[in-house]
Design a protein around this ligand. Structure first.
Ligand code: THU
Length: 148
């Protein structure tokens, strides 16, 4: 695992926040992540006139992660427009969970915490696997549209 330089990671997040497209909220967000192979990825929020279509900064970062070769996030720093540490929203914690898992570390306003701490009992691949691996005929809903 690469060593985490939180100051450098946060500086990347601040730099990313300067590219945010936030004509509606005027609330820039930047995020940077350290990948298990040592590279870093980053993102900024990109808003839309249809407000709900807005992409959080973490969406951009995860997209860059996958596009640039994948891997696992081991450390993430997210900042607001003042350069202060910002706790990712619930949806984005789920995104980080998918690509970093329980042990990924996050710099929060309360210090460094693991994803397990900031998203306890997270839903994830293991939940899908558990049901997929259950014996056929186990209780549950129908798997097809006809309800057969
Ligand atoms: N935002 C993020 O980019 N990430 C978060 O984790 C929290 C919220 C953005 C979305 C929107 O552009 C602005 O912050 C205000 O909600």
């Amino acid at each position: 695992m690469p060593e985490v330089n939180w100051d450098a990671l946060t500086a990347e997040a601040v730099e990313a926040s300067r590219h945010a497209y936030v004509p509606y909220s005027k609330f820039p967000v930047g995020v940077a992540g350290l990948v298990d192979d040592g590279r870093t990825v980053s993102g900024c929020n990109v808003e839309n006139a249809a407000y709900g279509v807005t992409l959080c900064a973490e969406c951009g970062m995860v997209s860059e992660l996958v596009r640039s070769g994948g891997g696992r996030l081991v450390a993430v720093s997210c900042v607001n427009g003042l350069g202060e540490s910002l706790m990712p929203c619930g949806r984005c914690r789920q995104l980080l969970w998918e690509h970093g898992g329980a042990d990924c570390r996050l710099l929060t306003p309360q210090g460094v915490q693991t994803m397990d701490q900031v998203l306890p009992q997270a839903f994830g691949l293991a939940d899908l696997q558990h049901v997929a691996d259950a014996p056929k005929g186990s209780a549950g809903g129908s798997a097809d549209a006809a309800g057969q």
